[in-house]
Design a protein around this ligand. Structure first.
Ligand code: NAD
Length: 354
């Protein structure tokens, strides 16, 4: 059988470069399509290039560019579609751009895949924001966390059976993309799949206030800068270490045939659910002093509680999140401590798509 070539759109980003590294390490060829719009991600490409040399192909192009996407999909056996406008805040300022990148960009990928004589497997990363603000979920504040009063939701989290309720332009654009990806399995028989993800964290994440809060909090604390908490800090998320997510991608691919057309909630689950205030405690334990904080109003669409019920994917593939939150946070802290002063990356050889 000829060598496999995997396309990772948004592959210079945090999740993409972690997956690309694993695939390249296993002997696969990887093609990355990315427009490098996220500050700092050239360093991820440089790192991949240093580890894996010419087995990595880089296409510097925009996911909105239909022709470039069609060319990038050609010859691939798997497509991981991660390129996206990733922040709710930005989507509120620039909803049209957000729509074009997230919704139309995804359609470009699907159409390019559908046109192939042997269409590759497709996995797209969606978000828990497709379930809305979960305002109907009755919560109580206990200590420094919100928790559901319903004991079964508290024990298991939110499952895929939850009705869709897109909130914020980001929720709408990702939700629309999510539905297109699933429908292309239904309407065209493609092997497509969706991960609706909670908070992913880990090395090579350049978190900002707009996205990637675990890395963002640690970075601010390392620089001795105050962290702004929007809301009361008791909001809870299940955090998933990126290595566990990469394991999930590979299992999804292996089981692609039988899982086509399905969406799965993916996160650290109830045993890795932490509040913003819990993360401050962790950072204090790691650094020996409490990070400075200021408090501001709630952000639009912010969920007080979101924890993934991952049993659907676990039952389908045997996957389990292995890295506990305290261990993963310590590992990210160590990585950011070593890499927080980014050095200017040397020029990269990139293929410029027309
Ligand atoms: N990190 C999380 O916690 C999380 C949670 C839920 C969903 N997701 C989804 O996972 C995917 C990857 O997220 P990430 O955390 O690695 O983000 P990231 O910002 O690190 O990576 C996204 C990459 O896409 C690229 N990109 C942005 N716009 C582009 C465009 N128009 N054309 C081509 N490339 C473009 C960026 O340069 C970046 O390298 C995204 O689809 C995101 O919505 C992430």
């Amino acid at each position: 059988m000829s060598e496999q070539l995997t396309l990772v759109t948004g592959g210079a980003g945090f999740i993409g470069c972690n997956l690309a590294n694993r695939l390249l390490g296993s002997g696969r060829k990887v093609r990355i399509l990315d427009n490098l719009s996220r500050p700092g991600v050239e360093q991820n490409l440089q790192w991949l290039r240093e580890q894996h040399g010419e087995r990595l192909q880089v296409v510097n192009a925009d996911i909105r560019d239909e022709k470039a996407v069609t060319q990038a999909v050609a010859g691939t056996t798997q497509v991981y579609h991660f390129a996206a406008q990733v922040a709710v805040t930005t989507s509120l300022d620039l909803p049209r751009d957000d729509f074009l990148v997230n919704a139309q960009g995804t359609l470009n990928v699907l159409e390019a895949v559908r046109a192939r004589p042997v269409p590759p497997f497709v996995l797209m990363t969606s978000t828990n924001k497709v379930y809305g603000d979960l305002a109907d979920l009755e919560l109580q504040a206990v200590g420094q966390h919100y928790q559901p009063t319903d004991l079964s939701v508290r024990a298991r989290g939110v499952s895929e059976a939850r009705p869709l309720d897109f909130h914020s332009p980001y929720g709408c654009s990702k939700g629309s993309a999510d539905q297109y990806v699933l429908d292309y399995a239904r309407s065209y028989g493609l092997q497509t799949m969706v991960f609706r993800m909670s908070c992913i964290y880990g090395p090579r994440q350049f978190g900002t206030e707009d996205q990637g809060w675990v890395a963002h909090f640690i970075l601010r604390a390392l620089r001795g800068e105050a962290i702004t908490i929007y809301g009361d800090g008791k909001q809870v998320r299940d955090v998933l270490f990126v290595d566990d997510l990469v394991n999930a991608f590979l299992l999804a691919e292996q089981n692609g045939g039988k899982l086509a057309g399905r969406a799965f909630n993916i996160g650290g689950g109830p045993s890795n659910a932490i509040s913003l205030l819990d993360l401050l405690d962790r950072i204090e334990a790691l650094q020996g002093r409490r990070p400075a904080t200021t408090f501001d109003g709630w952000r639009t669409g912010d969920q007080r509680y979101y924890v993934s019920d991952t049993r659907g994917f676990e039952q389908a593939t045997g996957w389990r999140a292995k890295v506990r939150a305290p261990e993963g946070i310590a590992r990210l802290h160590e990585w950011l401590q070593a890499h927080r002063k980014p050095v200017a990356a040397p020029a990269l050889h990139v293929v410029h798509a027309n």
